[in-house]
Unconditional design. Structure first.
Length: 155
């Protein structure tokens, strides 16, 4: 549910109704992480404050997104290429996807340096899709290579 398009009461109800299922699925583990759907944290200061208070009272930690490259945009073209058996089209999508991911890593690392003068913990926003699943091993490899300097600094 997009908080910007709903009343705070509706949003709180939506979050609350999912808690029993999450608790059951997580079997005693901490599942109290919350990422705002559509990254919409409220369209007024009152909504922002109210939902943050609600989340705090329910034990949630907010999972902020610090990296994104619009991975969802490749899923529809991939489905069309896959249906047609368009191997060259898929290869082009793979290259552009990895390039966009690499560009985003560079951009967000530069932004981190400009804002904080250091590397921050990065949380990459990803969506569920067939192409994302196909590309995940290569995306993680790219991320490991690009971020290895951070890992060496921290160890």
């Amino acid at each position: 549910m997009n908080l910007n398009q709903h009343a705070i009461e509706e949003f709180e109800s939506d979050v609350s109704k999912n808690e029993p299922l999450l608790s059951q699925w997580m079997d005693g583990q901490d599942w109290h992480w919350f990422r705002f759907p559509f990254l919409a944290e409220g369209d007024t200061s009152e909504k922002k404050a109210a939902i943050r208070t609600f989340l705090l009272q329910h034990g949630y930690k907010i999972a902020g997104v610090t990296m994104s490259f619009g991975d969802y945009r490749w899923n529809e073209p991939y489905a069309r290429c896959k249906a047609k058996g368009d191997v060259k089209g898929i290869e082009s999508l793979e290259q552009s996807y990895l390039q966009a991911a690499a560009d985003s890593i560079t951009f967000y690392r530069s932004l981190s340096q400009a804002l904080y003068h250091r590397e921050i913990p990065y949380v990459l926003l990803m969506h569920i899709g067939a192409f994302d699943a196909e590309m995940m091993p290569r995306l993680l490899s790219l991320r490991r290579r690009a971020m290895s300097s951070i890992d060496r600094i921290r160890t």
